[in-house]
Design a protein around this ligand. Structure first.
Ligand code: OSB
Ligand code: MG
Length: 370
């Protein structure tokens, strides 16, 4: 892969409405767009999905910029690669910083697929032509949650995820269930509980949830295994799984029976696919998580979710879920609960340059000299 230059665009866009969890509120989404151009003039795109502050993982936009600029881009310039998988191996000499690694690695996958005139989906082994779409309701008001669910169901979403915490769980879910007895619902706690809350968590078995996501510590797999023995609701891990080995250990240990795979959290598409392949073999269902992302990461998620083991609708919603106008063209749309896997090479969407310019904060260019 003969790289001519790498460009980093730092962007910021307001959300249509704030995204609220017990950890805080996201109102404005800052992010990093990576553009890698090869000597033939083809460009691949990736997205750094870290937030402005380290509330979800330890990375931030600023740490990602540092890692990209001072460590990962120089590493890639020094060690030319033939395939995106080589980048994954190359970056393994750097501890963690998975979202920074994924931002580059995913751009390399897009570029590699485009240079082979192949869709990213096919390039990574995808088999689906459409993927099932789910959406997240993140508010602290039951009335607003019910309103949003109603709206999302009319837009065709197949599955609803709600955010829960000890101040918003049993009666909140009871009210939603009362209105929607048969709706596929899951609950994401983002580590809001400890094992002391075991009775609260047991009580949630009443609601026939598809799963409860990350109830305990963000880096725990031990206590989740103890909890899973006590509750009927399947446990799904999100934050705790940052590598293939984490996934393997969590499955072997009984810490979860479902895994949320996020490309950024695990350091790229190669690692995401390895986790998928392992889970597929073990019969562990997986689904694709979301990061309140812009269109580029959304497109990478669509390709990932086209792999055969993604049997549960993921947090992959339409561009309009968060944005007045996305940075890709066409935008991601949901029809009858599904998103079409694009047929054009690479991620299959064009960049909306005008929109990108409008929300641009800073841009840096790194020409490769050899
Ligand atoms: O825990 O899944 C999560 C968004 C930001 C950070 C963490 C999480 C989320 C979501 C997904 O819940 C939202 C989305 O992009 O649809
Ligand atoms: Mg989650």
């Amino acid at each position: 892969m003969k790289i001519a230059s790498i460009e980093l665009f730092v962007i910021q866009m307001p959300l249509k409405s704030p995204f609220l969890t017990h950890l805080g509120e996201v109102k404005d989404r800052e992010g990093i767009i990576v553009k890698i151009t090869n000597k033939d003039g083809l460009s691949g795109f990736g997205e750094g999905v870290a937030f402005s502050t380290p509330w979800y993982t330890e990375e931030t936009v600023a740490t990602c910029l540092h890692m990209l600029t001072d460590i990962l881009i120089p590493l890639l310039e020094k060690h030319p690669i033939k395939h995106p998988e080589d980048a994954s191996h190359l970056f393994s000499s750097v501890r963690r910083n998975n979202m920074a690694k994924a931002a580059l690695e995913t751009a390399l996958w897009d570029l590699y697929s485009k240079s082979h005139s192949e869709t990213l989906s096919k390039m990574i082994g995808g088999t689906r032509t459409v993927i099932a779409s789910g959406v997240v309701v993140a508010t602290d008001s039951t009335a607003k949650a019910l309103q949003q669910i109603e709206q999302y169901l009319t837009e065709g979403y197949q599955r609803i995820k709600v955010k829960i915490n000890p101040n918003q769980d049993y009666s909140f879910l009871a009210e939603i269930r009362r209105h929607y007895p048969d709706l596929p619902i899951m609950a994401d706690a983002n580590s809001a509980y400890t094992l002391k809350d075991i009775d609260r968590l047991k009580a949630l078995d009443d609601f026939n949830l598809l799963m409860i996501e990350q109830p305990l510590g963000h880096d725990d797999i031990i206590e989740h295994a103890l909890l899973q023995k006590e509750i009927q609701t399947p446990i799904c891990l999100d934050e705790s799984i940052v590598s293939f080995d984490d996934a393997r250990k969590a499955v072997e240990f009984g810490s979860c029976t479902i895994i949320n795979i996020k490309v950024g959290r695990v350091g790229g598409l190669y690692e995401a696919k390895r986790i998928h392949d392992y889970c597929f073999e073990k019969g562990i269902p997986v689904w694709c998580g979301g990061m309140i992302e812009f269109g580029i990461s959304r497109a990478h998620n669509i390709a990932l979710a086209s792999l055969p083991g993604f049997t549960i609708p993921g947090d992959i919603s339409a561009s309009t879920r968060f944005w007045e106008e996305d940075i890709i063209s066409p935008e991601v749309t949901v029809e009858n609960g599904v998103i079409d896997v694009p047929l054009n090479p690479g991620i299959g969407y064009e960049i909306n340059e005008k929109r990108l310019q409008k929300i641009l904060l800073t841009k840096r260019t790194y020409p490769f000299t050899h």
